[in-house]
Ligand binder design. Sequence first.
Ligand code: AKG
Ligand code: FE2
Length: 391
Amino acid sequence: MVLHRNPPRLFGFKSKIFVTLTKTLRSVRVHFPMYQSENNREDSERTAFRRTEKKYKLYYDNNASSKNKKNKQPKPVDLTEVLDFRSILECHHRNLELPQGVVVLQDKFSSPVFSLQNHPGFYFIPGALSIEKQCDLVRESLTEFPQPPNRTNHNAIYGPIHNLFVAAKEGKILVEEKSPITSHECSSDFDCRDGEEWKFFTEKEASLRKCKSVSGSSLLRKLRWSTLGLQFDWSNRNYNVSLQHNKIPEALCELAKQLAKPALPAGVEFQPEAAIVNYFASGDTLGGHLDDMEADWSKPIVSLSLGCKAIFLLGGKSREDAPLAMFLRSGDVVLMAGEARECFHGVPRIFTDKENAEIGHLETQLTQEDDLCFLNYIQTSRININIRQVF
Ligand SMILES: O=C(O)CCC(=O)C(=O)O
Ligand SMILES: [Fe+2]
């Protein structure tokens, strides 16, 4: 599944208009399934960025004898060209050597900060987040961050959903109920669902209601994004300051301010105002895009990785520039500021198999009874939190 952040109803009658609109935008941050269709091979290989995405994307071996997807083997991928900042860090610790084009910024920081000669404004901090911090952020990303008034990809269909993670854990079912709410009472245009209201019920209660329903666990699996702080309106591609919102939680704000420092001149402080939390399951990708809706590009985007290992592609200012592939592991932090903000980037692959996911440290930490549900989720998922200053 390709990560898409537009309200799904746009795939209905509005889809043609929306496709035309998005094609005219300079940066299409969203990849639509129809753009990437396997039937449309030419299109998927059109640019250098697309070709590299295709190289690393998850494909299954067609020749595998079993038709059962669970037993299908992923096609092997050549990972020899993927930059690995963890081994660069280990090597640097051993003998202070660095590969050509990689620069180390500061060593007094507990984790060194790497930058790339060819990509000014891009910074990589391997293992910047402690294991405890990673676990806290995984828990928060699943319980607190998707809570209303924060919006998620589910808002457009179901309206605000409270306590999705707990409901999924308890086997609850979301059921549609007709209510007297009328359109003019809705909080925003793109959130109106003409008198429908969805509520969680136990399986037994839901079966008695005979209404449209969907399981909490299926909704959790399909959770693609949530937004914190100022809310981003994906259909209009702007921050809609009139939407009700909470400030970014204090601890996340402080963390982002600290982490942003290497990308800012001394004395300039980062002001976190909005964040996007991306949830990836096996096979999910985030297509090449630019993040260009913020006013001041000298301020970094602070991007935190949690859970399964991923491949991140850092391209140039054109999709024709061949991107650099690098691994992103749980605890790694990326900063993109200045010129790097004009560079296309995306995530073509996450690794959910035991050998490649590299989440052993989370598995040893999340052992308490209460944590098993988080462990269960993160063993086959990746979460990315990227924090922005909007104005
Ligand atoms: O998942 C990632 O590491 C990158 C996310 C990203 O680029 C975005 O949300 O704009
Ligand atoms: Fe991005």
